[in-house]
Design a protein around this ligand. Structure first.
Ligand code: CTP
Ligand code: MG
Length: 222
């Protein structure tokens, strides 16, 4: 098995603001991107890591990470993953882990669970149960409550046999957006195993998420 991690970091971070793409903002003492990159590159089961970076951000990337393999991203997350898949194929990957740079704190145990899933399945995603009550709110007023039993919140990294995810990307209509890769392979009828996620994997989307994430993590991430 040859596992290549694809770290997607070609977004602009428009919701967080901050003067530069959010993956370069400092979190717990390091640029956001550096945390997950370190977790992936030091894992013994991950052969290579490719960072997907926007055009024009190469210099910032090379300034942030001393040693890094990278490729250019696209206009959407889906296109950025597709560029990463091309790079993974060139590196001889049999399997990939696709991870958001916007989720800097990546426990080794989650990677362990995903790699272990490859013995049984071609696709897996970490997820956490939903704690809050969920309801529709179509026009600013609460509608029906959505039963939360059996619902999960999906995280990354998501794990795939390379050929399966490449097929899913090839089959996906260019006009349609996808929020994650598991959704794309499911459309081909591939079942995606759920492994236990982790609260520290929460995505950083809005300005307040940085302080919240820092408050959640222990000394091992500082
Ligand atoms: N991403 C990417 N290429 C894109 C868009 C997003 O590689 N064209 C990556 C982001 O860098 C991030 C992950 O996909 O690591 C999840 O996306 P999101 O949290 O939406 O980040 P941004 O798109 O950068 O933020 P925003 O939507 O607020 O602009
Ligand atoms: Mg986005």
């Amino acid at each position: 098995r040859r596992v290549v991690a694809i770290l997607v970091a070609a977004g602009s971070g428009s919701r967080i603001g901050g003067g530069m793409p959010k993956q370069f903002l400092s979190v717990a003492g390091r640029p956001m991107l550096a945390h997950a990159h370190a977790a992936l590159t030091r894992h013994p089961g991950v052969t290579d890591t490719v960072v997907v970076v926007a055009q024009g951000e190469e210099e910032r990337l090379l300034h942030t990470l001393r040693e890094v393999r990278w490729t250019h991203g696209g206009a959407t997350r889906r296109e950025s993953v597709a560029r990463g898949l091309d790079a993974a194929a060139e590196l001889g990957a049999t399997h990939v882990l696709v991870h958001d740079a916007a989720r800097p704190f990546l426990p080794k145990a989650v990677i362990d669970r995903l790699l272990a899933s490859f013995d049984q399945t071609d696709a897996a995603s970490p997820a956490l149960p939903v704690a809050d009550t969920l309801a529709a709110a179509p026009d600013g007023k609460l509608g029906a409550t959505v039963p939360r039993a059996g619902l999960v919140r999906i995280q990354t990294p998501q794990a795939f046999r390379l050929s399966v995810l490449r097929d899913a990307h090839a089959a996906w209509p260019a006009s349609e957006e996808a929020t994650d890769d598991a959704q794309m392979v499911r459309r081909l009828g591939v079942s995606v195993a759920v492994v236990q996620g982790d609260a520290v994997l929460e995505k950083i989307t809005h300005p307040a998420d940085i302080a919240a994430a820092e408050a959640r993590v222990g000394a091992e991430y500082r």
